[in-house]
Design a protein around this ligand. Structure first.
Ligand code: PMP
Length: 330
């Protein structure tokens, strides 16, 4: 019988698929690595697994322990499913601006979610970050993984995402493009690909215009899950050869095109990464192989990027109902 022992055995080994339509007219082979094929639906399953195993090994997490983390997104889902399978409780905190759907997903997996006021400064005792810190101190056997400072975050990509891409492309990958949020994906995957290719593979980060990785001030942008107002420890500035800033308009436009033309439903950061990958590919030849990481599915963004009302409110489309506007990059 071919059956896996647990859902967490399905983490990783995600497929590559060619982007044949949005790449028309470009010479290189362009393939996407689809992280939505992880059981929790995103690349964050990989880091959740490694952060929890590392904490067990270090004796920071003991049987019956509690994982406490300020998170509402994909990292929470990954932590929740790995935690339940390995016998831990999860307590997450999030600001009250987080959508009800995201909170419902975490609760469905059995996590205890504490919703905190968004309208207070981060250092206020009631903020979601302060609340997580207080709970971590109060709860017996609590452990906070903190993906922004945890070496297991980039390490998970060094040990899994990087080798998978090398094997799947039979060593033909010439460029790797990924969005930068905590920096774990680009730092870990990029470091592996550079080592194994002896520096031949070019590593390119995609960043929302305004974020610090591409030299911005940290001003607000719409795309979720990527960019930072300041550099976190999980980001290794030595790895990326280039960082491309992508506007919200181009990210949203490409996200919509991926759904309609490639049948790939992803979020704004996936569209952002593909927009950057196409910009990279424009200067390359037919022997080049560009791998772009698409981190999650678009299911969590239906009421935003895929809603005509929302895109019009932000001015992302001038064609009511069509929802498609080709970005300036193309
Ligand atoms: N690539 C893309 C396109 C992303 O949206 C994200 C974050 N959700 C990542 C990679 C991974 O981010 P991180 O830097 O946190 O590993």
């Amino acid at each position: 019988m071919h059956a896996h022992e647990s859902i967490i055995d399905l983490i990783g080994d995600t497929p590559l698929v060619r982007l044949r339509h949005v790449s028309k007219g470009l010479a290189p082979t362009i393939v996407a690595k689809l992280e939505s094929f992880n059981p929790g639906g995103s690349a964050k399953d990989r880091i959740a697994l490694r952060m929890i195993l590392a904490a067990e090994e270090a004796g920071l997490l003991r049987p019956g322990g509690t994982i406490v983390e300020p998170t509402s997104g994909n990292t929470g889902v990954g932590l929740a499913l790995v935690a339940q399978q390995r016998g831990y409780r999860c307590v997450f905190t999030c600001p009250d601006k987080v959508s009800a759907d995201k909170i419902a997903v975490l609760r469905a997996y059995g996590a205890d979610v504490r919703v905190c006021p968004a309208a207070v400064p981060v250092d206020h005792p009631d903020s979601y970050r302060s609340t997580a810190a207080r709970l971590a101190a109060e709860i017996d056997g609590a452990y906070s993984p903190n993906q922004y400072a945890n070496p297991a975050n980039p390490d998970s990509h060094y040990h899994t995402t990087g080798p998978e891409i090398w094997t799947q492309t039979e060593g033909r990958v010439t460029h790797f493009v990924a969005g930068v949020g905590t920096g774990g994906t680009i730092s870990g995957t990029g470091r592996y690909l550079k080592e194994v290719s002896r520096g031949r593979v070019r590593i390119v980060g995609a960043d929302p215009e305004g974020s610090v990785y591409s030299g911005g001030t940290g001003r607000p942008y719409v795309v979720e899950g990527v960019g930072q107002p300041s550099l976190p420890r999980s980001y290794d500035p030595e790895v990326a050869d280039d960082i491309i800033a992508v506007s919200d308009q181009d990210s949203i436009g490409m996200t919509q095109r991926l759904a309609r033309e490639e049948g790939i439903l992803t979020g704004g950061s996936g569209g952002m990464a593909v927009a950057a990958a196409l910009a990279v590919a424009r200067g390359l030849g037919p022997k080049d192989v560009v791998v772009v990481l698409i981190p999650d599915s678009g299911r969590g963004y239906l009421s935003k990027i895929f809603s005509a009302e929302w895109t019009q409110r932000f001015g992302f489309t001038d064609q009511p109902g069509s929802g498609i506007r080709v970005g300036a990059l193309l």
